[in-house]
Design a protein around this ligand. Structure first.
Ligand code: NAD
Length: 357
């Protein structure tokens, strides 16, 4: 029957606890998961937070490993796995952004250890079963339910220290997950509701977060939006935008959240003509706009985030290479991807022009 609903939806088995101060409930989460010997993982700048977490856990913390790095280099993963084995760890607490959680996933992928995630950015890795490992400049990714965290503790107090610009780019990174979930080949009504609410919550909260990074209410709303957007990423297949960012990050080593921030309005503008339902949902979420790509571009301007690939380190000569790589393997996208279309998109994104459909 024309117009009848048709979709598949699969809930991921995980527990989410959110609220100011919920970090103190970490020992209860270890009880629930039956963990007795956990290794705490974090990035080098968050070593003090890692130690605080270990103190909170007490005797059940067997060590703090503050060596998480962006995109999980295989050497970093091997060192963390060796340490987990040496210490007889039966689980990990990953505290930090996508890098710390990614390192936990690398251990879980090999040894099946349970992960409890305590995210401190808006990147969303904690909500997905996607892992990534980087070797010789090439990032491999895959999906495996063993890397999905058992519990996620979202404590907005831990995000107060995330600098204003990093908060804004991380928030735009989260919004990108929801945007692509809305036109994904495996989109579903539940995920589309989450996507719209996630974008609404982040787009409303981020200007306040940037104006006053200590505003706990805005931090709480931003984190709520990031959770929803992360859930969208975990539940659907991403398209052109994520493919381009993956290529730009992996091949040219451009910074993750900033790359997403710059590319998003352009990738959305490219896909808008072929994704009317997504345009309608995003228009509502962003306050009644008919052109959400331009609305996101304007939001970036108000947040003071980078709006060109040039300013985050890309050379213009690399555009051709990125176009070739992005065309090398087919993937789902609502609109046909052409070399001319991609070249125009990337040229505008590189120079910092406004998006064009
Ligand atoms: P990140 O984890 O590298 O964090 C960026 C920097 O911010 C780090 O130096 C970190 O120590 C610091 N930081 C984090 N939280 C802070 C806080 N509250 N206060 C002060 N400093 C803080 O970056 P990210 O953007 O969170 O994650 C990016 C990585 O995650 C990439 O490797 C990306 O590929 C991966 N990722 C994976 C998935 C997935 O589903 N597998 C999803 C999203 C991102």
């Amino acid at each position: 029957m024309t117009g009848a609903r048709s979709f598949a939806y699969e809930a991921l088995p995980m527990r989410v606890v959110m609220g100011p101060g919920v970090l103190t409930r970490l020992p209860e989460e270890l009880d629930r998961a039956g963990l007795e010997r956990v290794l705490v993982l974090c990035s080098p700048p968050q070593q003090e937070l890692g130690k605080t977490v270990a103190q909170l856990i007490g005797d059940r913390a067997v060590g703090v490993h503050p060596h998480a790095r962006m995109h999980v280099p295989v050497e970093t993963a091997a060192a963390a796995r060796d340490l987990a084995t040496k210490l007889g760890a039966d689980g990990c607490v990953a505290v930090g952004g996508g890098s710390a959680i990614g390192l936990g996933k690398a251990i879980a992928l090999k040894y099946g250890l349970k992960i409890i995630a305590v995210p401190t950015t808006y990147a969303g890795s904690e909500m997905t079963s996607v892992w990534g490992l980087t070797e010789n400049g090439q990032k491999r990714t895959g999906k495996d339910l063993r890397v999905l965290p058992t519990s996620v503790l979202y404590d907005p107090e831990l995000t107060l220290s995330l600098p204003a610009t990093a908060s804004a780019t991380s928030g735009m990174n989260a919004i990108a997950h929801a945007v692509e979930a809305l036109y994904a080949p495996d989109a579903s009504p539940v995920i589309s509701l989450m996507a719209e609410e996630g974008v609404r919550s982040l787009a409303t909260a981020l200007p306040t977060v940037v104006a006053d990074p200590q505003d706990l209410l805005a931090r709480s709303d931003a984190q709520y939006g990031a959770w929803l957007c992360g859930a969208c990423l975990g539940a659907t297949t991403m398209s052109l935008h994520h493919k381009l960012c993956h290529t730009l990050g992996g091949t040219l080593d451009l910074p993750h959240a900033e790359t997403h921030t710059v590319v998003l309005p352009h990738a959305l503008a490219y896909n808008q003509p072929a994704a009317p339902k997504a345009v309608a949902a995003l228009g509502r979420a962003l306050g009644g706009f008919t052109d959400p790509a331009t609305a996101l571009w304007d939001l970036g301007g108000r947040l003071g985030v980078p709006r060109s690939l040039r300013e985050i380190g890309m050379e213009k000569d690399d555009i051709g290479r990125v176009v070739d790589l992005a065309l090398a393997h087919p993937y789902a996208n609502p609109r046909e991807i052409t070399a001319d279309g991609l070249t125009g998109l990337l040229t505008r994104a590189w120079s910092g022009e406004a998006p064009v459909a």
